[in-house]
Design a protein around this ligand. Structure first.
Ligand SMILES: *Cc1c(COP(=O)(O)O)cnc(C)c1O
Length: 341
């Protein structure tokens, strides 16, 4: 198969239309058989549930080329399970796990020419999502839905090395207790836009959200979970019912314990203790881990000893081990790598 002639190093993170996408429709209580289509346009009724009441959930994962030339994805079964819990919370039907994984395999295979080569640092980003399609004007769940998967090639997250970022403690809340912070839904992002635009205008790259009820505990950023490293090399990561269960964070916890023999604490993390940590990072599919060098709390700076030049040493070890597993350089735990071709 001939690869597309793209400038892999410089495509950035934007939408670049690929050849085929997967579509399945839900009607009368059942999903149809699903198909690949060249049509990237969706035509919807003006009163569709998704347009009126934001009934939509999504996932994000990547396909990439391993060192031995296979096209693979990383733990798509966990994306399927997470989308199931997101859908249930928004009263949407579940797209079955086996079909979800199959839809991803079909879509990536159909766009294999867009999967960047090993070593380019670029990947094929995969976006599964589902939304209510039939007209809904009285507030209630839609009765018809569409599930889609499209792909778009994205450039390397870190172009000039993983430079630590500066973030701020946000004055906005991300998620309420017993709300929807734990699901991957567009609604959580719509309300975060004002907070991130504000943070960017002030010169910060991300927001650290605290728990909405007490503003004493660390939650997450708009799209990534936190990890911290203590001065005695333990991994600490916030546990909360209102953060999104990041697959990257869960994989890092496993890698820390099982590959690096580290002690791991998954527990509430008070903002007061953040100043005592040695390293801080943000984890999510896009960057795997972005190091945080500084946190600005209303003008007061917390500067991690790992500094602003490079990823902290323990974070780097976690990053290298997890990306090594993903790329086929280090043996993966059973079931983590889904070979596509
Ligand atoms: C998607 C997402 C993450 C990261 O999850 P991964 O599965 O690691 O990509 C973290 N926080 C939020 C709010 C997210 O939407």
């Amino acid at each position: 198969m001939e690869k597309k002639n793209l400038d892999w190093a410089n495509i950035g993170f934007g939408y670049h239309q690929t050849d085929l996408r997967y579509v399945s429709n839900y009607k009368d209580g059942a999903w149809d058989e699903g198909t690949l289509t060249p049509d990237a346009t969706i035509t919807l009724n003006e009163c569709a549930g998704v347009l009126q009441y934001a009934q939509t959930v999504f996932e994000g994962l990547k396909a990439y080329t391993t060192v031995d030339g296979h096209i693979v994805t990383f733990r798509p079964d966990l994306n399927a399970e997470r989308m199931e819990s997101s859908a249930k919370r928004l009263e949407m039907p579940v797209f079955p796990k086996e079909r979800f994984v199959d839809a991803i395999i079909q879509t990536v295979k159909a766009n294999a020419a867009y999967v960047p080569p090993y070593g380019s640092g670029a990947t094929l980003y995969i976006r599964p999502y589902m939304f209510g399609t039939n007209p809904v004007i009285g507030v209630k769940p839609a009765s018809e839905y569409q599930f889609r998967v499209f792909t778009t090639p994205v450039g390397p997250y870190f172009k000039e090395g993983a430079n630590p970022i500066v973030i701020k403690v946000s004055d906005f809340d991300r998620a309420a207790p017993h709300g929807t912070g734990h699901i991957k839904a567009g609604l959580n992002y719509a309300m975060s836009l004002h907070a991130i635009v504000t943070a960017h205008a002030e010169g910060f790259e991300e927001n650290m959200y605290l728990d909405a009820a007490t503003r004493t505990k660390v939650e997450e950023t708009g799209g990534a979970n936190f990890i911290f490293i203590t001065k005695d090399n333990k991994l600490v990561t916030p546990k909360s019912d209102s953060i999104l269960p990041s697959i990257t964070r869960r994989s890092i916890v496993y890698v820390a314990k099982e590959y690096l023999g580290m002690e791991v604490e998954e527990r509430p993390v008070y903002f007061d203790e953040v100043k005592d940590f040695a390293e801080c990072g943000l984890c999510g599919t896009a960057a795997v881990i972005s190091p945080v060098g500084k946190i600005n709390d209303h003008g007061h700076e917390i500067c991690f000893p790992s500094g602003m030049e490079a990823m902290g040493p323990v974070t780097k070890k976690l990053y290298d081990t997890l990306t090594g597993i993903q790329m086929g350089l280090i043996e993966a735990p059973e079931g983590w790598i889904q070979v596509i071709e």
